[in-house]
Design a protein around this ligand. Structure first.
Ligand code: ADP
Length: 363
């Protein structure tokens, strides 16, 4: 059989992100056929592309439709930096440009059952400790209505719009930061956005921000396990979630919510972090469980995940958060998490939802 019908079939396969035919985008690098067995090689802008399985499947399906084809093998390779650049130059900058050139390893979201338990603190500490172990780290503040990440990391620079996408500012240790807070004129300005706008902002944070190459992206979710955080989670290809609790929370309620969420989204819970677990008495050095015995263990046990850390109530934390110097805080448990993160974060194929629905207000 000739190759012409095969090329015709490939012509009809569109790159879901670039919206153009893969033939036109010069992504097809090899096409062989022998007795109905087809072998096709595709060069992607990045092998970390979250849609690569989908693209490979589309190619396979298109070729299998061609008469005489019995078997299709799709081989995925990556474009060289020069080829990527040539592709970029051939496209007029438009929405979603950055996404094609970003290569983001694992995406870890930090969630809490309710507001004010220290979710942003945990997100910032996780990013900080990963960065200390030399990982390339970004933090996306998806807590749109109460963005506190820039403040606690002391990031004041505005993001820069560039042809490659919006360039995020970096913290003092080199964590890339994106937050709606960076676009507000005054820190205390409230963001009163309805659901669709929040969804749009998150899509832009993912697709229009030039993150470059990251090993880890930490996402600070909106508080609560209800609609707002679910909507954000659906918009991002998450690998896992860390659940932040405090000793005041009702175990039964938080466990139920977390389980429902994980089931609904099929995103694994990596572990639990209990904040404000205890305080150290400055005179005696004794641990004092202000809110009663820790519930973290119980929650972790119910969820069948590890209790990753217990964070004390520490005036030093409050001070460093206020002064934008949270990166100076050391917590041994977080060092352990950062060292073990590879094994903690499961190898899931993250789902990616391009369109996001509306959600009702409030948690
Ligand atoms: P959330 O994101 O859950 O709303 P944050 O992480 O923003 O909560 O925490 C709010 C503030 O509470 C922080 O800026 C910090 O000042 C204070 N805080 C949180 N956890 C602690 C702690 N363990 N010790 C002292 N202060 C804390």
């Amino acid at each position: 059989m000739g190759k012409e019908p095969l090329w015709e079939a490939l012509q009809k396969v569109y790159d879901p992100e670039l919206g153009k035919s893969i033939v036109e985008l010069k992504m097809v690098r090899g096409l062989e056929e022998e007795e109905g067995k087809v072998k096709v090689t595709l060069a992607l802008t990045t092998l970390a592309c979250p849609l690569r399985e989908r693209l490979a499947n589309d190619v396979k399906e298109a070729l299998e439709q061609v008469e005489g084809v019995r078997e299709v093998e799709v081989i995925l390779t990556e474009m060289s930096p020069e080829e990527k650049k040539a592709l970029l130059d051939s496209l007029t900058p438009e929405e979603g440009v950055a996404k094609r050139f970003n290569s983001i390893g694992k995406v870890i979201a930090v969630m809490s059952g309710k507001g004010g338990v220290g979710k942003s603190l945990v997100a910032a500490l996780l990013a900080t400790h990963l960065r200390r172990q030399n990982y390339r780290v970004g933090i996306m503040d998806a807590d749109i209505t109460g963005p506190s990440i820039p403040k606690i990391l002391g990031v004041k620079d505005k993001p820069i719009p560039a042809p490659m996408g919006i360039i995020p500012p970096t913290s003092s240790t080199g964590i890339k930061v994106m937050s709606i807070g960076l676009f507000l004129l005054r820190e205390e300005d409230a963001v009163i956005w309805r659901g669709p706008l929040i969804s749009r902002a998150i899509q832009q944070f993912w697709g229009d921000v030039f993150w470059g190459e990251l090993d880890y992206m930490v996402v600070d979710l909106p508080p609560g396990t209800a609609d707002a955080s679910l909507t954000v989670m659906q918009a991002l290809p998450l690998n896992g979630v860390i659940l932040v609790t405090s000793p005041q929370e009702l175990v039964r309620v938080i466990v139920k919510k977390a389980m429902q969420m994980a089931k609904h989204l099929q995103v694994p819970i990596i572990g639990v972090v209990e904040n404000m677990s205890y305080a150290i008495c400055p005179d005696t050095g004794m641990r004092w469980e202000l809110f009663g015995p820790s519930k973290g263990e119980e929650i972790a046990k119910e969820l069948k995940v590890p209790l990753l850390a217990k964070i004390p109530i520490d005036p030093e934390i409050a001070k460093l958060c206020d002064e934008g110097r949270v990166e100076e805080y050391h917590l041994e448990e977080f060092e352990v998490i950062a060292a073990r993160i590879q094994e903690l974060v499961p190898e899931v194929t993250p789902r990616f939802f391009v369109s996001i629905g509306d959600f009702s207000e409030g948690d």
